[in-house]
Design a protein around this ligand. Structure first.
Ligand code: NAD
Ligand code: UD1
Length: 337
């Protein structure tokens, strides 16, 4: 099977490509390298012995993207390409709607034209917003989003649902990721945040490496185990494997399914910090500061549907997530360059 992976040199896309190649899938990556390095291809080759076909193409460039479809015969698409920084999306919403909506529409249009009927889309637990009780269940639908990034995910879910209604051959899995962290255990692939990280584990990694002085813990007065925010963290290699299961599912079914991908467990900020201290074997300084606007107290997944439909369950725990994140940080002090 030949899979088109948009955003395949990025954090989740590169790990997924490794798993696909290891399972014998043929992979073509389309990425404009806005948030990733061409060197990721060398790393993928070192890990798998195979080099995926690569197009440095912007999905906003319809003509170039069409050439990719003309030159290949894809069986399925995994669509990762997009912008993902929540805070940035609030400042430059047009850019986010342009890239994440208009870019996606180009892709969906070409899939229809070239009869590619299977797609796995990267959605996010952010579409639940602050509207529901945990654990978040797919049947809740989606709530009011709190930022343009989240809205682009919600809109893509709606657009793909409408396309599935119009095209009975379409098979689509909307994967709602919870909080992917960690890195490939080899230390060759991982997340390289741009500038000062907004997300918890990339920030802690920089405290562990000495680049940042201390972690700011955003609030300790939530109604949680220790007052700090609780999230459902998933190892990026587990998340990558969920995509293989989702691809297998799309080729055997028609229609559209929303599926959570998380561990089903919630850890607090301080629990993560202490797990990371264990991984790097040193205390990590932190200060409690005010709550971050827009944050919710607790977020974790109901994982029953992923287990039932995909046969997917996480294998790696919080210790492996912190170990692999720290290992990647140590091995790549300047990122993947
Ligand atoms: P990433 O930034 O590492 O990867 C995205 C890739 O897409 C990058 O390599 C970037 O260069 C590429 N890209 C962006 N715009 C493009 C365009 N117009 N044309 C071609 N390529 C383009 O992000 P990631 O963490 O790997 O996330 C992958 C997907 O999963 C995104 O859609 C993201 O919104 C979604 N997601 C991520 C998380 C997370 O915590 N990482 C959580 C939920 C959902
Ligand atoms: C963020 C995004 C969300 C996205 C998700 C997965 C925001 C507001 N939301 O959510 O849309 O789907 O990542 O990528 O950015 N924390 C600190 N100090 C820090 C950083 C974080 O205490 O320096 C706390 C947060 O308050 C939260 C927890 O750590 O309780 C996790 O934060 P983060 O990694 O940013 O993820 P989310 O808030 O779940």
């Amino acid at each position: 099977m030949h899979i088109l992976v948009t955003g395949g040199t990025g954090y989740i896309g590169s790990h997924t490509t490794v798993e696909l190649l290891n399972q014998g899938y043929q992979v073509t990556i389309v990425d404009n390298l806005y948030n990733s390095s061409i060197k990721v291809l060398d790393r993928i080759e070192r890990l798998t012995g195979k080099r995926p076909q690569f197009y440095q193409t912007d999905i906003l460039d319809l003509l170039s993207l069409e050439n990719v479809f003309k030159e290949n015969n894809f069986d399925a698409v995994i669509h990762f390409a997009g912008y993902k920084a929540v805070g940035e999306s609030v400042s430059i919403p047009i850019t986010y709607y342009q890239n994440n909506i208009a870019g996606s529409l180009n892709l969906y249009q070409l899939m229809a034209k070239y009869n590619v009927d299977n797609i796995v889309f990267s959605s996010s637990a952010t579409v639940y917003g602050d509207n529901f009780q945990v654990p978040f269940k797919e049947e809740y639908g989606s709530g009011d989003t709190t930022n343009p990034y989240g809205t682009t995910k919600k809109f893509n879910e709606i657009i793909l649902t409408d396309i599935a209604k119009a095209n009975s051959k379409l098979s689509c899995v909307l994967l709602r990721y919870f909080n992917p962290i960690g890195a490939h255990p080899s230390g060759l692939l991982g997340e390289v945040p741009n500038g000062i990280p907004n997300n918890l584990v990339p920030y802690i990694a920089k405290v562990a490496s000495g680049e940042l002085e201390y972690l700011r813990v955003f609030g300790d007065d939530y109604d949680t185990i220790d007052g700090t925010g609780v999230r459902d963290y998933i190892h990026v290699v587990d998340l990558a494997k969920a995509h293989l299961k989702a691809i297998e599912y799309t080729v055997k079914h028609r229609g559209i399914e929303v599926i959570n991908v998380g561990s089903g467990f919630g850890y607090s900020v301080l629990e993560i910090l202490h797990a990371y201290e264990k991984a790097c074997q040193k205390p990590l300084p932190y200060k409690i500061v005010a709550r971050r606007p827009g944050d919710i107290a607790t977020c974790y997944a109901d994982t029953a549907k992923a287990k039932k439909l995909l046969g997917f369950e996480c294998e790696l725990g919080i210790d492996e997530m912190c170990r692999d994140s720290y290992n990647f940080t140590k091995m790549n002090p300047d990122g993947i360059e």
